[in-house]
Design a protein around this ligand. Structure first.
Ligand SMILES: Nc1ncnc2c1ncn2[C@@H]1O[C@H](COP(=O)(O)OP(=O)(O)O)[C@@H](O)[C@H]1O
Ligand SMILES: [Mg+2]
Length: 253
């Protein structure tokens, strides 16, 4: 049986399928037939290669591999990961435990280079995590760069994307949401790898980094603004959210 999980009609260049054999064996297949989609799938194979070494060092078979390749299409296959998915639309508070586990997972396995940069997942959202008895498993490596962003970029993105989904209509972050973000930044900062701007004004840092480096994701900024809704916040709103987080961080110090 083949089930379409995501098709490429929504501005995406990749279709994702779940394949279930009669034996019950499951695998994920992703197919692209555009240059952008093919580039993203090659990144996904590279990202899984990197993650597999960090996360599952004893595993010999590749989790993700190219299955078929032609001049104008690419098909990759992935091991299916069993487990629960978080729902990022439920926001930070109802995902508190999932957020905590994701941040700890990042701190445990993510290296930093001597210049303070680190590998970039590029779409580290709760939608791209699977939770099971073995812990957290990160999927969807289509935006991977081996050396892409300052250490801590991906988890900051995870926090603010989850926040955005609840406050996009002009609402203010609740005290509990601010506390979750500030506490998570505190946990990340234990590694002493965060740049000072990531602590002093984390949301402004994210918005500026993504805007300046948008080619890490895609060439054209308009297409890209849909992908990064936090870019739609006004500068005032960014600054006021950062101020409340900074105040809470100081309380906790
Ligand atoms: N290795 C995997 N194991 C289990 N489910 C997966 C796996 N890879 C993808 N999926 C499922 O397919 C969906 C889409 O895949 P994903 O890699 O996140 O692509 P995208 O979000 O870019 O379309 C995921 O949200 C998840 O439900
Ligand atoms: Mg995804």
């Amino acid at each position: 049986m083949i089930e379409l999980l995501k098709n490429c009609s929504n501005g995406n260049d990749v279709s994702t399928y779940l394949v279930i054999r009669d034996t019950g064996f499951k695998k994920i297949v992703k197919i692209a037939a555009t240059p952008v989609g093919m580039r993203n799938l090659r990144r996904e194979v590279g990202g899984w290669g990197w993650y597999q070494e960090m996360r599952y060092p004893k595993k010999e078979e590749p989790i993700c591999r190219i299955a078929q390749e032609g001049g104008s299409f690419l098909k990759i296959e992935l091991e299916f990961m069993e487990g629960a998915r978080a729902d990022c639309r439920k926001g930070l508070e109802r995902n508190h435990e999932n957020i905590r586990k994701a941040i700890e997972h990042y701190c445990e396995i993510w290296p930093s280079f001597p210049d303070g940069t680190a590998p970039l997942h590029g779409d580290l959202s709760l939608d791209n995590m699977i939770y099971n008895a073995d812990g957290v498993h990160v999927i969807d490596w289509e935006h991977f760069h081996e050396k892409g962003a300052p250490w801590g970029f991906d988890p900051l993105y995870l926090l603010f994307e989850t926040l955005f989904l609840r406050i996009r209509n002009g609402k203010r972050p609740s005290r509990a949401e601010v506390a979750i973000i500030a506490d998570s930044i505190g946990v990340l900062n234990r590694k002493q790898e965060l740049q000072s701007q990531m602590i002093d004004h984390p949301l402004r840092f994210l918005v500026e980094f993504i805007t300046v480096n948008h080619r890490l994701w895609c060439d054209e900024l308009p297409a890209f603004q849909n992908k990064f809704p936090i870019l739609t916040f006004t500068a005032d709103r960014v600054s006021s959210i950062d101020t409340t987080i900074r105040a809470r961080l100081k309380e906790g110090m």
